[in-house]
Design a protein around this ligand. Structure first.
Ligand SMILES: *Cc1c(COP(=O)(O)O)cnc(C)c1O
Length: 385
């Protein structure tokens, strides 16, 4: 685990040395190709595309700075940046799967991850078993002789259920099963799954790592061998390469990762306390609220909580849920999360949503004044009941 001093060094300095004129902001290498001084240099680059500056679909100096920082923050040997979180998830899993293999995945994970396993990889005869994943017994029971990969997301970003990372990683290692976790919610600032023995960490950089709702990106962090394998098997071929400008925006966002997350955590604690006591609210789902059934585990494996949570309204009337949503004046009705602004997604707007969950509402607590967020929720909740 890193202290705040080491984190500051990573966010502001690591990987930024050696550029001409010593700029304080990393240059944007907005070039698709790099040229060579000689036949011999050219030949050498083509022999090792993984390390060479040859073509931006492979490597680019601006992109590499982000990769160095994210690898260091997660405590991994190496990282590869992608054009989107879903591209990082697809590459990190597909690189270790073949037809006839089996995957065990947490049930409530990100919807496009489920689509990847259920629809896309099904075409290549990869089977998946979904489990809640809260107890080790479930993982053991779901395992088959052909299980090659465990996919985790802790906490899940809708119902906020956790998995015991150390225990699941230990079980996987004993059976030579690869473990991949989506760590977008906690960010490397609050949770480092590699320390618990997880093999590969993926993030949607579109969330807290960018932090300003202006970039789509993803990353995979892991051992050098695993990242090199992903580079060779998926990255170069699928071509979901990040752009130099988007990578520079990530560097800009990363500068404030620690301050932003400390504030998200503080604002969210206030909003959660307000919601938990409100008569129109049935329950709040947030790992760092004492009402959460896995509160102890949350404290054991995460250093803090970010700004995304769910709550259930007491009403299950669609008309009332819509009235509450429409009454919000500052909190915006929009997907995604991780930027400055507070956002809301009532489960009822998602047509594929389980009807059991009609009264679920997902809220991203932004960096506005917590009073503004609470007042907005209070006046909107006054519209129902
Ligand atoms: C948004 C999100 C993703 C996908 O990331 P993109 O950058 O949108 O492709 C993956 N996992 C979680 C938990 C997310 O919220």
């Amino acid at each position: 685990m890193k202290d705040e001093k080491q984190i500051s060094y990573i966010l502001n300095e690591l990987g930024e040395e050696g550029f001409a004129f010593s700029p304080v902001s990393v240059p944007i290498y907005e070039t698709s190709i790099f040229s060579f001084q000689s036949f011999a240099e050219f030949k050498q680059a083509l022999q090792c595309e993984r390390t060479a500056h040859l073509y931006t679909r492979g490597n680019n100096p601006t992109v590499e700075v982000v990769e160095k920082k994210l690898a260091a923050l997660e405590g991994g040997e190496k990282a590869k940046l992608f054009a989107a979180g879903v591209a990082a998830i697809a590459a990190a899993t597909m690189a270790f799967l073949q037809s006839g293999d089996h995957v065990v995945c947490v049930r409530d994970c990100y919807s496009w991850t489920t689509t990847l396993f259920t629809r896309y990889l099904k075409r290549f005869q990869v089977d998946v078993t979904y489990i809640e994943g809260k107890t080790l017994v479930e993982w053991e029971a779901a395992m088959r002789p052909n299980t090659k990969l465990f996919y985790l997301e802790s906490p899940t970003t809708f119902s906020f259920q956790l998995q015991d990372l150390r225990a699941v990683a230990q079980l996987a290692k004993a059976h030579k099963i690869k473990t991949v976790i989506d760590n977008s919610w906690a960010t490397p600032y609050f949770q480092n799954p590699i320390e618990f023995g997880i093999d590969l960490v993926v993030h949607s950089c579109s969330k807290y790592i960018s932090g300003h709702s202006d970039v789509v990106g993803g990353v995979v962090v892991g051992s050098e061998a695993d990242i090199d394998h992903i580079f060779a098997t998926e990255f170069l071929n699928i071509g979901a390469a990040p752009g130099p400008f988007e990578s520079w925006l990530l560097l800009r966002g990363l500068r404030t990762l620690a301050v932003r997350l400390r504030q998200h955590q503080q604002n969210t604690a206030e909003v959660v306390n307000f919601l938990a006591d409100h008569p129109q609210i049935e329950a709040v789902y947030y790992p760092f609220h004492h009402s959460h059934p896995q509160y102890d585990l949350a404290q054991r494996q995460m250093r803090g909580g970010s700004g995304l949570l769910s709550f259930t309204l007491k009403t299950r009337e669609l008309e009332e849920i819509a009235r509450f949503t429409d009454a919000l004046q500052h909190i915006r009705r929009a997907v995604s999360w991780g930027g400055y602004e507070s956002l809301i997604v009532p489960a009822a707007v998602v047509s594929s949503q389980d009807p059991e969950r009609i009264n679920f509402v997902r809220l991203h607590v932004g960096l506005e004044s917590p009073e503004l967020i609470i007042d907005d929720l209070a006046q909107a909740l006054d519209q129902i009941g």
